[in-house]
Design a protein around this ligand. Structure first.
Ligand SMILES: NC(=O)c1ccc[n+]([C@@H]2O[C@H](COP(=O)([O-])OP(=O)(O)OC[C@H]3O[C@@H](n4cnc5c(N)ncnc54)[C@H](O)[C@@H]3O)[C@@H](O)[C@H]2O)c1
Length: 327
């Protein structure tokens, strides 16, 4: 039984490939290396360089590697870019998924794990915890491709006897080792690192939200915990005969931007106060996962805290940015 991991040379995919391989699963990675880094993968994990949009290649990979399950992470993921290039996001994210599902159905693949995102909820309503029943109202083409992706996965699963799991990741952070760190600057932790490295104060957008310290509250999940959630999903599917599951993957605990900036100051040694900018239109005050369904259905719960995320993210940042200030 072999798992095909698409996007396995990416930040999250490389953690998933390592965790699954270390747990004794046979894995093979497909990645077009558009943002992936081959050396993130251990030497014994085969890497096929190619796209999920290439139907002919997929047929060959399924046959040659006897693929029986898929973990599909390959996608474009930048919200702002998706607003500027919606057609590209629909073509690559949904075109890639459709091509992969068609080839999988044709090859009789019976298990499918899909990387979804809390972006499917858009700016969630004023609730303490966002459950899987919270209405999905994505606010970017990126989020739309994730929500429509879930529909495709469930529909294809039902029609072709494929058991499926959609994992809605909350805010992913940290790394298992500095070499595996995320090198992009697309979310709050690397954005603060970037400001400090440029000798600038961190920025906080709005401190008058209806939250305890007035700044936005989010749910951060360590990428190693997230990788373990994929293993739990794969193990569940290995014993499943059809059916679908859609679950939040978060810690179920909120951390405010102010708390995060303070923690980054402690870890980096650069404790300069943050500058408060006007709040951004549409930023939900609070978005924290109800993670109870994942615990019940996957037997999985996050084990690592936010300090570990910031520590490991900072170690990765310093490796990739030798000029960063040191403690
Ligand atoms: N990073 C996050 O905070 C986050 C949150 C929610 C969901 N996600 C989802 O998780 C997945 C992985 O994200 P990541 O942060 O590791 O991003 P990443 O850019 O590091 O990884 C994506 C990988 O997919 C590859 N890829 C992209 N398009 C491809 C294609 N058509 N065919 C083959 N390979 C392709 C890239 O080369 C890269 O290695 C994505 O689906 C993303 O939308 C990420």
């Amino acid at each position: 039984m072999t798992w095909l991991i698409t996007g396995g040379a990416g930040y999250i995919g490389a953690h998933v490939a390592r965790v699954m391989a270390a747990a004794g699963e046979d894995v093979v990675v497909l990645d077009d290396i558009s943002s992936g880094v081959p050396r993130r993968l251990p030497g014994d994990v085969p890497l096929i360089k190619g796209s999920s949009l290439d139907a002919e290649l997929l047929r060959r990979v399924f046959a040659e590697h006897d693929v029986t399950g898929i973990v599909h992470l390959a996608a474009r993921k930048q919200v702002g870019e998706s607003v500027e290039q919606p057609l590209r996001y629909y073509r690559e994210n949904l075109g890639g998924l459709t091509t992969l599902l068609e080839a999988a159905a044709e090859a009789g693949v019976r298990r499918f794990v899909f990387s979804s995102s809390a972006a499917v909820y858009g700016n969630p309503p004023d609730v303490d915890l966002v459950s899987e029943d919270t209405p999905c109202v994505p606010v970017s083409p990126y989020g739309e491709t994730k929500l429509a992706g879930e529909w495709l996965v469930r529909a294809a699963g039902r029609a072709h006897g494929m058991a499926t799991v959609c994992l809605r990741y909350f805010n992913v952070a940290g790394s298992a080792s500095p070499e595996l760190a995320d090198t992009g600057v697309y979310n709050v932790i690397p954005m603060v690192f970037d400001r400090l490295t440029r000798d600038e104060a961190p920025r906080i957008f709005g401190d008058t939200h209806p939250t305890p310290d007035g700044t936005c509250v989010r749910d951060y999940i360590h990428v190693s915990d997230l990788a373990e959630a994929h293993l739990a999903a794969a193990r569940r599917l290995a014993s499943a005969d059809g059916g679908d599951l859609t679950v939040n993957i978060g810690r179920g605990e909120g951390v405010s931007v102010r708390e995060l900036v303070t923690l980054i100051g402690e870890v980096s040694g650069d404790r300069r106060p943050a500058v408060v900018e006007p709040m951004r239109a549409g930023d939900a005050p609070r978005a924290v996962a109800d993670a109870s369904l994942a615990a019940r259905e996957l037997g999985w719960a996050a084990r690592r805290g936010v300090r570990e995320m910031v520590d490991s993210a900072w170690a990765g940042w310093c490796l990739h940015h030798p000029g960063a200030p040191r403690v």
